[in-house]
Design a protein around this ligand. Structure first.
Ligand code: GLC
Length: 405
C-alpha cells in the first residue's frame, strides 16, 4: 500500500480553501499554517479564510500565505461550554447561516474545488457554503470527540452523523480518529507536521538548567501538575522552569492560581511565566527538558514534535497523540495523564542521568525530523485532489506519513 510517493508526484492538484471561525494563534490554526507554508508551489495556491482578526494573521503573513479575514458576527456560534441555552444557540445558528452565504460567495469567486473547515463553527458554515457551492467538503478534526472536549449533545452528532455528511475527513492522529465512526467516508490522518527549524539547538550539558513547558494556560494542559512535579524533582537544584504560553480563551483565573501555587511550593524564584510567544523555537533553543503535561488525552500535541526536533529530552503524557510519536525510553519518556508522582519520577531520572538525557535528545531529534511538512504537504494536497475527483476509495484510511512499524 505504499503509493504515497507516486500519488504525491501525480499532477493532480485542487483549488482548496481552508476555513476557520477564529483568528487565534492556537494549535489547529498553527498546524494549517505550517502545512500551507510547505504546500506545492503550483497555481492555484490554497486560501486560508479566517473568521476573525488575531495573532494567527502575522504568522500567515510571515509564511507568505494567501489568506483573507472575513469577520464573523461576534454572536455567531457563541456557544462555549457555559452557554448552552437554547435561545443563544438559535441566535448563534442564525449568525452562522449568514456567514455561510459570505463564504459561499468566496468559494464561487475562486471556483474552489475543496473546502476544509478546521473548527466546529466553521464546519457548520463551511458545510452549508460548500454544499450550496457544489464544493467537496472535507472535515478537519483537531479535537477528540468526547465529553471532555464537547457538550453532551454534540458528541453523538460529531461521532456518528457528521462523518456521513461530509465527503472526506482529515484527522490529526489515530487517537483522534478512534473517537469517531467514519463509516465509508474516506479518512486521511494528517498528523501536524513541522517546518524543520534550521537553528542550532543546544545539546544538554552536565546539569539540567532549563525545563520548559509550552502550552496555552488552561487547566487541562496541566501546568499545575508540572509545577508540583518540578518542585519535587528539582529541589535544591539550580534548574529553572519556564511556563511559556498565554491564557488564550479568557481563562485568566487559572493563570492566577498557578502564581499562587508557585509561591506555596516555594519555587517562585525559579519559575518564569513567559506568556504567549510567536516563535516557539526561541523558547526551546536552550531548553534541556520539555514537559507536556496534559491531564486528559491530547489529540496530537504539536509541541512534542517541536521539542524533539529542538533536541530536548521530552516527557509527555499518555494516552493520546504524544504516545503515537514517542517510544517510551527511546526518544522520550511517557507518564500517565495527571500523575504528579510519575512525572516527578521521570524528571528525577532526567536530573540525575545525563546519558539518558543525551540519548533521548539524540533519538528524539531523528524522530522529530520525520514530521517534516515538506514531506507531508504534497501528500495531503494530492489526497484532497484525488478525493475531489472521486479517486479515493470509500472506507479507506491513510496517513500522510508512512506508518511506523
Ligand atoms: C488541537 C489539539 C492539539 C493538536 C492541534 C493540531 O489544537 O488540541 O493536540 O496538536 O489541534 O492538530
Amino acid at each position: 500500500m505504499n503509493d504515497q510517493a507516486s500519488e504525491a508526484s501525480e499532477v493532480n492538484h485542487a483549488n482548496i480553501v481552508f476555513l476557520t471561525h477564529s483568528g487565534a494563534d492556537s494549535g489547529a490554526e498553527q498546524s494549517v499554517v505550517t502545512y500551507l507554508s510547505s504546500w506545492p508551489r503550483i497555481e492555484p495556491r490554497p486560501l486560508l479564510l479566517l473568521g476573525a482578526s488575531g495573532a494567527i494573521e502575522p504568522r500567515a503573513e510571515a509564511a507568505g500565505l494567501d489568506f483573507r479575514t472575513l469577520p464573523l458576527d461576534p454572536s455567531a456560534g457563541a456557544t462555549n461550554r457555559q452557554e448552552r441555552r437554547i435561545s443563544r444557540l438559535a441566535a448563534s445558528l442564525i449568525g452562522l447561516l449568514r456567514h455561510s452565504t459570505k463564504v459561499r460567495r468566496v468559494l464561487r469567486e475562486r471556483s474552489a474545488d475543496v473546502v476544509v473547515p478546521i473548527s466546529l463553527k466553521s464546519l457548520v458554515f463551511g458545510w452549508l457554503a460548500g454544499r450550496r457551492a457544489g464544493t467537496t467538503v472535507v472535515w478537519s478534526l483537531h479535537d477528540r470527540v468526547d465529553r471532555r472536549y464537547f457538550s453532551w449533545f454534540l458528541v453523538p452528532a460529531l461521532r456518528y452523523l457528521v462523518p456521513r455528511l461530509v465527503d472526506g475527513i482529515l484527522v490529526n492522529s489515530r487517537s483522534t480518529l478512534a473517537t469517531i465512526r467514519p463509516g465509508r467516508t474516506p479518512v486521511i490522518v494528517a498528523t501536524p507536521a513541522i517546518a524543520l527549524d534550521p537553528r542550532d539547538f543546544h545539546e544538554t550539558g552536565d546539569e539540567v538548567r532549563r525545563v520548559v513547558m509550552l502550552a496555552r494556560l488552561s487547566p487541562w494542559k496541566g501546568q499545575d501538575v508540572f509545577l508540583r512535579a518540578f518542585a519535587r524533582a528539582f529541589e535544591g537544584s539550580p534548574a529553572e522552569a519556564f511556563i511559556v504560553g498565554g491564557a488564550l480563551f479568557g481563562e485568566t483565573e487559572y493563570e492566577q492560581s498557578l502564581k499562587t501555587l508557585v509561591a506555596e511550593l516555594g519555587i517562585a524564584d525559579r519559575v518564569h511565566f513567559v506568556g504567549h510567544v510567536q516563535d516557539p523555537w526561541a523558547a526551546l533553543v536552550d531548553a534541556d527538558v520539555l514537559v507536556h503535561a496534559s491531564t486528559i488525552p491530547e489529540p496530537f500535541g504539536q509541541v512534542v514534535v517541536q521539542g524533539l526536533w529542538a533536541r530536548c529530552a521530552v516527557v509527555a503524557s499518555t494516552p493520546g497523540g504524544p504516545a503515537e510519536v514517542i517510544t517510551d525510553g527511546v526518544d522520550g519518556l511517557l507518564t500517565p495523564c495527571g500523575d504528579v508522582d510519575a512525572l516527578a519520577a521521570a524528571l528525577r531520572r532526567l536530573r540525575t542521568d545525563h546519558d539518558l538525557r543525551l540519548s533521548l535528545a539524540r533519538h528524539g531529534h531523528v524522530t522529530g525530523g520525520l514530521y517534516d511538512a515538506a514531506v507531508a504537504a504534497p501528500v495531503l494536497d494530492a489526497w484532497l485532489a484525488n478525493l475531489h475527483m472521486g479517486a479515493v476509495e470509500q472506507g479507506s484510511v491513510r496517513g500522510v506519513f508512512p506508518q511506523r512499524s
